[in-house]
Write a protein that binds this ligand. Structure first.
Ligand code: MG
Length: 400
């Protein structure tokens, strides 16, 4: 029997909410059989489209759809230079679509292809925010009322908003924050939230790599008393070596990885047991294939998964996360961004969250589709991002 092959690949860009999304649709030689994948790198989406159209689509067209592993391994080294966000996302778009196709051909959801369910649904955490500790508590209580038992608490957005920031004359515009004020304010906020909501609610917090390493270490020690579920991105990937010192100093559970591109970043942290949760952005690491490999490695080291799940992971990417979550023996938690109604209309089959759990629809493949006509009505916009133009109080460019 002749193999089913990749006939043509479409790149669909759209923006139904805040993030510019890149979706790959792989059409096969079998009429009506296609798969979808997430290739969303929202800040540089045009670069991913160019990588797909100029390089990866010609490379992939005509290949046997069944050989996902071979495709992934070959696509990754074919450029010789590798492990960057643009190419990884482009490869992910095709990789995830091939998993979707394989599931449809087998009549099985992707979690069954991976080894079957370890659980019925994935526990999710959602984001609470506010300008004051009281507002954060209000936001937490609303989410709790919806059934969330894991809630990430932030105040004033990432890095907080320094209350009494003294900028130099002529300071340029930007997203300013004061890392020292942030540390003080977050500790007060967490103390207030704990005192209001009690001990049972699982609380999370994201430093978003905004502190100097020694201050992050101090912070990880200071928050021990609040018994966080995890502290996220305490350090920047460039400061990975500092995790050894942090680990020796504090028993706060650590989650890391949304900015990682390369095995050189995640392997040492897992192997040396320096983190508790790996939370790579699955399209950014290259798709379901590498995520499956590294989740299995993490299981051997007792490091759990907490795949990145904000609005700049597309609905298709969230479906991919969910299938990995349902299978992985070492699933930890799933971040969830609460998509709007339009996203549910544009992406039929987008996973639903009820009472803090995300459920699959048990259709073959990833179980998600796209309404291309509707997507075309919301084209991706060329906007120059403000929130990543981050500065310290004296105006110095800083990490977002
Ligand atoms: Mg994060």
């Amino acid at each position: 029997m002749a193999p089913v092959t990749i006939d043509n690949i479409q790149v669909i860009t759209t923006q139904p909410a805040g993030s510019r999304l890149v979706i790959v649709k792989v059409n096969t030689s079998e009429p009506g059989l296609y798969g979808l994948g997430c290739a969303t790198f929202t800040q540089r989406w045009r670069a991913v489209v160019a990588a797909l159209e100029g390089h990866l689509i010609p490379f992939a067209t005509g290949r046997d759809v069944s050989r996902i592993e071979e495709f992934w391994q070959m696509a990754t080294v074919h450029s010789y230079w590798r492990n960057g966000p643009v190419l990884n996302n482009a490869i992910s778009g095709i990789d995830q679509a091939l998993w979707d196709i394989k599931g449809k051909m087998a009549g099985m959801p992707v979690y069954d292809l991976l080894g079957g369910k370890s659980r019925e649904a994935a526990a999710c955490y959602s984001h609470a925010n506010g300008r004051s500790p009281e507002e954060v508590v209000d936001s937490v209580l609303k989410l709790q009322a919806e059934g969330y038992r894991y809630i990430r608490i932030q105040m004033g957005g990432y890095g907080g908003k320094g209350d009494q920031m003294v900028k130099p004359e002529g300071a340029p515009d930007g997203a300013y924050y004061d890392p020292r004020a942030y540390c003080r304010n977050m500790l007060k906020m967490m103390a207030h939230v704990r005192s209001e909501v009690g001990d049972e609610l699982e609380l999370l917090h994201d430093i978003h790599e905004r502190l100097q390493p020694i201050h992050a270490i101090q912070f990880a020690k200071d928050v021990e008393e609040f018994k966080l579920f995890f502290l996220e991105d305490a350090l920047a990937p460039e400061d990975n070596e500092w995790f050894k010192i942090m680990r020796g100093q504090a028993a706060t559970p650590l989650a890391m990885g949304e900015l990682f591109n390369s095995p050189q970043e995640w392997i040492p942290l897992i192997q040396n047991r320096l983190i508790d949760y790996m939370r790579m952005h699955v399209s950014q690491m290259g798709g379901i294939t590498p995520a499956k490999h590294i989740a299995a490695m993490g299981h051997q080291y007792n490091v759990k998964t907490a795949w990145h799940g904000p609005g700049d992971t597309s609905p298709v990417g969230h479906a991919a996360n969910l299938h990995l979550d349902l299978w992985a023996p070492n699933f930890g938690i799933q971040e969830w961004c609460r998509f709007n109604e339009l996203c549910y209309e544009m992406f039929p089959g987008l996973p639903e969250v009820r009472n803090g759990y995300m459920y699959p629809n048990d259709k073959p493949g990833l179980g998600i589709d796209i309404d291309e006509k509707l997507a075309a009505k919301y084209p991706a916009q060329d906007t120059i991002e403000d929130w990543t133009q981050t500065r310290w109080p004296d105006g110095t460019p800083a990490r977002p």
